[in-house]
Design a binder for this molecule. Structure first.
Ligand code: AMP
Ligand code: MN
Ligand code: MN
Ligand code: MN
Length: 275
């Protein structure tokens, strides 16, 4: 069984609409899929009555939060997308996103770039504005040759466009997920590039706030990373989750359902769903 429990549609910073994402996941033999857009559940409104069939769709979200001054992502799985607590949280997060987009635009303008705010608003449309929209704009206007360079020079950790303020606290986003009947999963723990001590410190806070699972597999990753994360899951009694973090079909290394298998005998987040 392939469980891809972390993917993005064009309701946030992915490029496929939710129906196209479902079709691609089916083509890649995904059995269970969650669309986990950044700070929105609008993919589930767009899918309407098409939630039956293969792959089985588990409602999800990826919420942004700040911990120790760094952006941390928490995935909520098996949520009720109509939960009023979650929806109120989403409204706050989207307001923070818009405010942050203005700050990013101001900072880039101060670096001599033409103010990109109107262009990224248009590009994002109904989706919340994220740094990838700024990256695409920097490429489209010839400021950088590709989006990787845009992140490296302008938008990545510690750069001018890395505006982190405004997200809800870690404990608050976990509370929203729980209020929506879901489980909180620490997303892509290896991506933060923390030391082992700092990562354990984050996980302690995550567990104390009610987090119950961790992505042991996030897209293509080496076996040493998998072993390290599986050991952490066992030590902290966290269930393991898996996902591609798929955004764009042209990035073939992060296709839906394409990631290494979990180690044997590990407790998974979906064990509790089968009863
Ligand atoms: P935001 O939600 O605005 O904080 O943007 C975060 C998103 O930017 C992530 O979910 C990725 O889709 C994308 N991203 C982060 N780092 C990079 C990078 N180095 N290159 C390309 N995309 C990135
Ligand atoms: Mn993204
Ligand atoms: Mn993420
Ligand atoms: Mn993601």
């Amino acid at each position: 069984m392939i469980y891809d429990l972390h993917t993005h549609s064009n309701a946030s910073d992915g490029s496929l609409d939710p129906d196209e994402l479902l079709a691609l996941a089916a083509q890649n033999n995904v059995d269970v899929l969650s669309i986990t857009d950044h700070d929105t559940v609008s993919a589930y409104d767009r899918l309407g009555a098409r939630q039956q069939g293969t792959p089985l769709l588990i409602p999800g979200i990826e919420l942004s939060t700040t911990w120790a001054g760094r952006g941390i992502h928490i995935v909520g799985l098996n949520i009720d997308p109509a939960s009023s607590t979650l929806c109120r949280g989403i409204v706050e997060q989207q307001a923070a996103r818009l405010k942050r987009a203005r700050k990013i635009a101001d900072r880039l303008t101060r670096l001599g770039i033409d103010n990109p705010f109107d262009a990224v608003c248009e590009m994002a449309g109904d989706a919340g504005i994220g740094r990838p929209h700024f990256a695409r704009h920097l490429v489209a206007t010839g400021v950088t040759k590709d989006t990787a360079t845009a992140f490296r020079k302008y938008l990545g950790t510690g750069k001018a466009g890395d505006v982190r303020s405004g997200w809800a606290e870690l404990s608050e986003v976990i509370r929203w997920i729980q209020a929506a009947g879901g489980e909180a999963v620490l997303a892509h723990p290896a991506k933060y590039k923390f030391t082992a001590t700092k990562l354990r410190c984050l996980i302690k806070d995550f567990v104390n706030a009610g987090g119950t699972a961790i992505e042991v597999i996030s897209g293509q990753q080496d076996s040493a990373t998998t072993k390290k994360l599986a050991d952490i899951a066992t030590d902290f009694e966290l269930a393991a989750s898996t996902g591609s973090d798929f955004h764009h079909p042209e990035l073939s290394w992060s296709a839906p359902g394409r990631f290494p298998a979990l180690p044997d005998n590990i407790e998974t987040v979906w064990t509790s769903w089968q009863s």
